[in-house]
Design a protein around this ligand. Structure first.
Ligand SMILES: Nc1nc2c(c(=O)[nH]1)N[C@H]1C(S)=C(S)[C@@H](COP(=O)(O)OP(=O)(O)OC[C@H]3O[C@@H](n4cnc5c(=O)[nH]c(N)nc54)[C@H](O)[C@@H]3O)O[C@H]1N2
Ligand SMILES: Nc1nc2c(c(=O)[nH]1)N[C@H]1C(S)=C(S)[C@@H](COP(=O)(O)OP(=O)(O)OC[C@H]3O[C@@H](n4cnc5c(=O)[nH]c(N)nc54)[C@H](O)[C@@H]3O)O[C@H]1N2
Ligand SMILES: [Mo]
Length: 748
C-alpha cells in the first residue's frame, strides 16, 4: 500500500525573516509567521506558488543560436535547447577553459552581484567567486548597488570602512528612544524596507520603535518625496528628489549665521571648517546658501527651513539619511553634508545625537546586538587584480580598454569575453536596461545559474537550474540578528535543479580542480565544518551555541546577544578624546574639507560638500520629461524575487506607479488606469495610483517587475530600469544613479 503523504511543518529563515513552512508530498503547501516575530512580513505568503511555478528552470538549457553558431545577437529572443546535465557541464567547462587559456582570466567577469538567498553555505555569489578563484581568477566588482557611493565617500569623511559603522557602531534604536528629541530623516525610515535584511531578520521591530518614539513625544520629521517613506504620524516635509544637499546647506547656513554652531566641537573633532565656511556663506561664490537660496531648489519654504534649523540646534537631534539619497547622481554630497551638518550641531558622539545612515533600509540597522561573525565559506584569493565599481558593468562591456576615474585612481576597463552570474538579476537591478541589452551582446559567452527564468536567464547562453533554499539544508544566521536556524531541506529539488555548489563542483572536476574547490568536502560536511568553527568562535566570546545535532533537532534557537543595549552611540569614545581615539581619516578627525579628495581634482566631487544639481531632477525638467521618477524597493517582495507568482495575480501587472493628483488631472489619469511611462531611454507600462502621498511633480514606480520586451519597445510589466540612467554618481563613488531620472506619463 502506498504511504500517504504526511503534512510536515518546519521553520526556515530568509532575507525577509523566519517563517513556518508546511510541506506535503514533496511540495510546499503553506507558510505561517514565525511566532516570535512581532511584525512578520507577508512576503512568504506567495512562496508555495513561486517555488513550484511554471517559470522554474527545469533542466540545463543552452540557447540555440549560441549552441549552433556561437551567435551573440539572439540573447533575449532565442529559444533554448534542454540538455542532459553532463553534456551541458562539458560544454560550459570547455568554454571556461577556452576563454581562460586564450584570453586569460581577466576576460572573465564574475562580479555576480545580487542578493541570492539566505543561508550561510549555499550563497550563490560566494560559491561562484570561490570557483572562479580556483580556476585562476576573475574580474570582480567593488561595493554594492545599495551603498556603493557611500562606501567610497564616507571613509574620507569619518574614516572607514563604512559598513561596520552602519551595522556595529551607529546609535541603537534604544539609544535613540532614550535620548533623541528630534529625529530628522532624510529619505525617511521606511517600514516596508525594514522587512528585509541580508541573511535574515527574525524580529521586525521598526514599527514598534516608532510607536515608542511617538509615545515619548519625540518629534519625527520625514524629509522625502513620499509621505509613506516614514511610519504614519511623522511630520512630512515634502522635498524635491536630488535636492537634499541644498536643504542641508540652508539648515547649516541658519545654524552658522544665528550663532548656533558648536565651534568647540568643530575645533576638537573636525578639520576644514574654515575652508567650507566661505562657500556656505557665499563669500567664495557670491551665493550665500541661505533658506531663500535653497527654497526654490528643494521646494521647502524658507520659514520651514529656519524653524527646523533652530529646533535641530536647540534639541537633541539625530539626523538619519536613507541609502536612496546616495543612489543618485552626486549622491556623495548629501552623505558628506549630513555629517558636516551634524558636526556643526556638535552632537556627534552624544547618545541620540549626531548622524546615522540607512535606518529602516534593512531591518538590522539599529539593532543593538553583540556582533558575532563567522560561518563564512572562504572565497579564496583572486589572482586577477582588475575590479570595477559594481554599477559600472554597462560601461565595462561597452568600452573595453577605456580609462575611467574611481576614487582617486585611474583605471582601465577589461575586455570581457565571458560573463558568469549566480544569485543576481542584472536585468532587474541595472540602470538603462535597453542599453544593457545592447552591451550584453558583446561577450562571447554568458553562463547563469538561476532557479527561475528571469530576464537575465533568458539572456544567457548556458543556464543551469539552481535549487532554492527550501530544496537543500543550510544554516541561517546574520550578524544583525540574534536567532540561529537550522534550515532543513523541506522538499526535493524541483525538476532537475542542483545546488550551486554541486554545479560548480562538477565544473571544477572537468577542469581538474575539484580537490582545490571542494577540499574533499560535500555540502553536508562543509555545513558542519563551518558550523563547528562558528561554535568554537562563539564560545571564545562567551556565547553558548548548541552543537549541530541539537540545533538540527530544535530547528532554531535565540542566542544571548542582546548585551550592548541602551548605550550604543556612534563615535562616543572619539568625541570623548579625539587624540586618544582618532578616526581612520588622514587627520584623525571628521573631515569637513578633505585634502585627499581635493587632490583628486574632480569637479563632480570637490574638496568639501557642495550643491551640484543632478543632470536629471525637477530643476532640469523639460516639456518632454517633466516628472521626477523615483524607483524605490518593492513593498511586497525582495527585488525581483518571487515575481513570477506575484505577477500571476489578476491585475498585479503592470506594476503600480504613484502619481500626484495635480499631475494626473491634466493627463486625464485616474487610479487603476494603465499608463505609459517614458523618456528618451525607454518606456514601460504601469498602473496608476493617484495619491497626495507623493510630492507634485514626482512619480514612484517600484523596482522588481521582470523586464520583458527587449529593444526600445514598451516594457509590459513596469520595470523602472528601462527609464533610469546608467551613469556613475561621480568620479569618486561611481555608484548607481537609479533615483535621478526624468520621465513623462500618458494614459494608454
Ligand atoms: N531603479 C532602481 N534599480 C535598482 C535599485 C533602485 O533603488 N532603483 N536598487 C538596487 C539595489 S540597492 C539592489 S541591492 C539591486 C538588487 O538586485 P539583485 O540582488 O540582482 O535582485 P534579486 O532579484 O534579489 O536577484 C537575485 C537573483 O538570485 C536568484 N537566486 C535566489 N536564490 C538563489 C540561489 O540559491 N542560487 C542561484 N543561483 N540563484 C538564486 C533569484 O531568483 C534572483 O533572480 O537592485 C538595484 N537596482
Ligand atoms: N520590501 C523590501 N525591502 C527592501 C528591499 C526590497 O527589495 N524589498 N531591498 C533592500 C535593499 S537591497 C536596499 S539597498 C534597501 C534600500 O533602502 P533605501 O535606499 O532607503 O530604499 P528606496 O526604497 O530605494 O528609497 C526609499 C525612499 O527614498 C525616497 N527618495 C528617493 N530619492 C530621494 C531623494 O533624493 N531625497 C529624499 N529625501 N528621498 C528620496 C523615495 O521616495 C523612496 O521611497 O532596501 C532593502 N529593503
Ligand atoms: Mo540594495
Amino acid at each position: 500500500m502506498a504511504k500517504r503523504p504526511e503534512l510536515r511543518t518546519h521553520v526556515t529563515s530568509s532575507h525577509w525573516g523566519a517563517f513556518e513552512v508546511d510541506t506535503l508530498g514533496g511540495r510546499i503547501v503553506g507558510t505561517r509567521p514565525f511566532p516570535e516575530d512581532p511584525h512578520p512580513s507577508a512576503i512568504p505568503d506567495i512562496l508555495p506558488k513561486a517555488v513550484h511555478h511554471r517559470t522554474r528552470v527545469a533542466r540545463p538549457a543552452i540557447r540555440r543560436g549560441w549552441l549552433e553558431s556561437r551567435d551573440r545577437g539572439g540573447r533575449g529572443s532565442d529559444e533554448f535547447v534542454d540538455l542532459p546535465w553532463d553534456e551541458a557541464l562539458d560544454i560550459a567547462a570547455a568554454e571556461l577553459d577556452r576563454v581562460r587559456k586564450r584570453f586569460g582570466n581577466e576576460a572573465i567577469f564574475g562580479g555576480s552581484y545580487g542578493w541570492s538567498s539566505a543561508g550561510r553555505f549555499h550563497h550563490a555569489q560566494s560559491q561562484a567567486h570561490r570557483f572562479l578563484n580556483t580556476i585562476g581568477g576573475y574580474v570582480a566588482s567593488f561595493g554594492s548597488y545599495s551603498t556603493g557611493c557611500a562606501q567610497a565617500i564616507m571613509p574620507h569623511v569619518l574614516g572607514g570602512p563604512f559598513l561596520p559603522f552602519l551595522y556595529e557602531h551607529q546609535d541603537s534604536w534604544e539609544t535613540i528612544a532614550d535620548h533623541t528629541e528630534t529625529l530628522v530623516m532624510f529619505g525617511g525610515v521606511n517600514p516596508k524596507n525594514a522587512q528585509v535584511s541580508m541573511g535574515g531578520i527574525t524580529r521586525h521591530e521598526t514599527v514598534h520603535w516608532f510607536d515608542r518614539f511617538a509615545e515619548k513625544g519625540m518629534r519625527r520629521v520625514n524629509i522625502a518625496p513620499q509621505k509613506t517613506d516614514a511610519p504614519a504620524g511623522c511630520d512630512w516635509i515634502s522635498v524635491r528628489p536630488g535636492s537634499d544637499t541644498a536643504l542641508m546647506l540652508a539648515i547649516a547656513h541658519v545654524v552658522e549665521t544665528e550663532g548656533l554652531t558648536d565651534h568647540d566641537f568643530l575645533t576638537r573633532c573636525t578639520v576644514g571648517f574654515e575652508r567650507f565656511r566661505p562657500y556656505l556663506l557665499g563669500e567664495s561664490d557670491g551665493a550665500p546658501k541661505s533658506p531663500e537660496w535653497a527654497a526654490p531648489l528643494c521646494g521647502v519654504g524658507p520659514d520651514a527651513i529656519r524653524a527646523l534649523a533652530r529646533r535641530m540646534a536647540s534639541t537633541r537631534t539625530f539626523i538619519t539619511v536613507a541609502w536612496s539619497l546616495q543612489r543618485a547622481e552626486h549622491g556623495e554630497q548629501p552623505y558628506w553634508m549630513s555629517a558636516v551638518l551634524a558636526a556643526m550641531l556638535g552632537q556627534i558622539g552624544l547618545p541620540g545625537g549626531g548622524v546615522g545612515y540607512g535606518y529602516g533600509a534593512i531591518g538590522g540597522v539599529g539593532k543593538s546586538l553583540k556582533g558575532l561573525t563567522g560561518m563564512t565559506f572562504s572565497q579564496g584569493e583572486n589572482p586577477v587584480q582588475t575590479m570595477i565599481p559594481v554599477a559600472r558593468i554597462g560601461d565595462m562591456l561597452r568600452h573595453p580598454g577605456a580609462f575611467y576615474d574611481f576614487n582617486g585612481r585611474r583605471q582601465r576597463y577589461p575586455d570581457i569575453r565571458l560573463v558568469y552570474w549566480a544569485g543576481g538579476n542584472p536585468f532587474h537591478h541595472h540602470q538603462d536596461l535597453n542599453a544593457l541589452h545592447e552591451a550584453w551582446k558583446k561577450p562571447e559567452t554568458i553562463i547563469v545559474h538561476e532557479p527561475w527564468w528571469t530576464a537575465t536567464a533568458k539572456r544567457a547562453d548556458i543556464v543551469f537550474p539552481a535549487t532554492t533554499p527550501y530544496e537543500r539544508e543550510d544554516i541561517g544566521r546574520s550578524n544583525m540578528d540574534d536567532y540561529l536556524f537550522y534550515m532543513p531541506q523541506l522538499i526535493p529539488p524541483v525538476a532537475d535543479a542542483r545546488d550551486d555548489y554541486e554545479i560548480l563542483t562538477a565544473l571544477a572536476e572537468r577542469l581538474g580542480l575539484a580537490a582545490e574547490f571542494t577540499e574533499g568536502r560535500s555540502s553536508a560536511e562543509w555545513i558542519r565544518t563551518l558550523y563547528e568553527g562558528y561554535r568554537r568562535k562563539a564560545e571564545g566570546e562567551g556565547v553558548e551555541v548548541p552543537d549541530f545535532e541539537t540545533l538540527k533537532a530544535r530547528n532554531w534557537v535565540r542566542l544571548p546577544l542582546k548585551t550592548e543595549g541602551p548605550n550604543r552611540t556612534l563615535l562616543a569614545p572619539f568625541r570623548e578624546d579625539p587624540e586618544r581615539c582618532p578616526l581612520a581619516t588622514p587627520s584623525g578627525k571628521i573631515e569637513i574639507f578633505s585634502e585627499t579628495i581635493d587632490g583628486f581634482g574632480y569637479d563632480d566631487c570637490p574638496g568639501h560638500p557642495v550643491w551640484l544639481p543632478p543632470s536629471e531632477w525637477l530643476g532640469a525638467a523639460t516639456g518632454a520629461a517633466p516628472l521626477h521618477l523615483v524607483s524605490p524597493q518593492p513593498g511586497d517582495k525582495l527585488h525581483s524575487q518571487l515575481e513570477s507568482a506575484l505577477a500571476d495575480v489578476e491585475g498585479a501587472r503592470p506594476e503600480t506607479i504613484v502619481v500626484h493628483p495635480a499631475d494626473a488631472a491634466p493627463r486625464n489619469i485616474a487610479t487603476g488606469d494603465l499608463v505609459r511611462v517614458f523618456n528618451a531611454r525607454g518606456s514601460c507600462r504601469a498602473r496608476a495610483m493617484v495619491s497626495e502621498d507623493v510630492r507634485e511633480g514626482v512619480v514612484a514606480l517600484p523596482t522588481g517587475a521582470w523586464f520583458g520586451d527587449p529593444g526600445g519597445n514598451i516594457d509590459p510589466n513596469g520595470n523602472p530600469n528601462v527609464l533610469t540612467a546608467d551613469i556613475g554618481t561621480s568620479r569618486l563613488g561611481q555608484g548607481c544613479s537609479a533615483h535621478s531620472a526624468l520621465v513623462d506619463l500618458a494614459r494608454l
